[in-house]
Design a protein around this ligand. Structure first.
Ligand code: ATP
Ligand code: MG
Length: 302
């Protein structure tokens, strides 16, 4: 992460890092910090960036058995610099890194066999070999009566037309119990612009629960017979990276524990708000004790 504000990386500048990162890794780390059993299917290179991620996930209690360590590829990395208007410029090294080579392994199969729920990140569709992994994971978990959640954090350009990514996207959407879109992802997912109609369309297509992430405006949940909104906690945003992932991980974990949608949404809002106050994508993950304390401290301000 650049410590200076400006446009891109076209000259030398001070950087801070490396930070463990990646949307799926942030998500699973947050689930683990909440004390739930969770694992990730991924790949890193046999280098410090890879071990940094593995060690952090392991320390926080995540199952890292299905992270392949590849001898021939570097760990995926990203460099980010904020512009004056809050937008971000990235340099990505993902597609040709180890994470671009994620595939089904014996270790992944063993992890899937132990799972009662699978969470799919739309960003994964950018990886060529991911389709088989997702199909197998979803089929296996569903066959055991398990559930699927889906964060369609995917660029609409990637879904344009009728290509492989769109087909994959529709396949996961068709089996999703819980959907967690933010911003324009709702209309892209539903194929309908207007919010109410888009949500209704998804619920009538078999999605049981739609949760909308609204950044500093909070979040809302929609079930066939229930709905609710939770305003955002008031915090000073230092680094928005990871908010959606910590939010989603917390919501899914709370629902899996049997908490109500409203109570799950409050915890998720707290997790999202808490993480934007820390620099570094995975540095703001929370335990339940930290969330309870955060909610208590911000009670009067919401
Ligand atoms: P990402 O940018 O990581 O992809 P997202 O767009 O998926 O995130 P957001 O809506 O930005 O998701 O954030 C998720 C949740 O985190 C919000 O619904 C909100 O509850 C909380 N949150 C995010 N930003 C802020 C903020 N500035 N202040 C308070 N809460 C926030
Ligand atoms: Mg956002």
């Amino acid at each position: 992460m650049s410590t200076s504000v400006g446009n891109g990386f076209l000259e030398p500048m001070p950087l801070v890092g490396p930070f463990p990162s990646g949307a799926p890794a942030i998500f699973i780390d947050q689930v683990a910090r909440l004390g739930s059993e969770a694992g990730i299917i991924s790949a890193v290179g046999d280098d410090d960036f890879g071990w940094l991620n593995i060690e952090r996930l392991k320390r926080d209690g995540a199952d890292v058995s299905a992270i392949a360590v590849l001898a021939e590829a570097p760990t995926g990395s990203a460099f980010v610099r904020y512009r004056a208007d809050g937008a971000r410029d990235f340099v990505f090294n993902i597609a040709r890194s180890a994470s671009g080579q994620i595939e089904m392994t014996d270790a992944a199969r063993a992890l899937i066999a132990r799972a009662g729920h699978v969470h799919v990140m739309g960003s994964a569709f950018a990886i060529g070999g991911i389709g088989r992994v997702l199909s197998e994971a979803v089929a296996s978990v569903k066959a055991r009566g398990g559930t699927v959640s889906f964060d369609p954090n995917v660029r609409k350009e990637l879904l344009a037309g009728q290509g492989e990514a769109r087909a994959r996207f529709e396949e996961i959407l068709a089996v999703s119990d819980l959907l967690l879109p933010s911003g324009e992802e709702l209309s892209v997912t539903a194929g309908i612009d207007e919010e109410k109609a888009a949500v209704q369309s998804l619920l009538s297509r078999g999605v049981k629960e739609v949760v909308l992430k609204r950044g500093a405006a909070g979040s809302s949940f929609y079930l066939q017979n229930d709905r609710g909104h939770c305003p955002a906690f008031k915090v000073e945003e230092l680094d928005p990276t990871g908010a959606g992932d910590c939010f989603g991980a917390t919501y899914v974990t709370c629902r899996r524990k049997g908490l109500s949608p409203a109570s799950s949404l409050r915890y998720a809002n707290a997790a999202g708000a808490r993480t934007v106050t820390r620099q570094g994508p995975m540095e703001g993950v929370s335990t339940f004790a930290e969330l309870d304390q955060f909610i208590e401290e911000h009670r009067l301000e919401t």
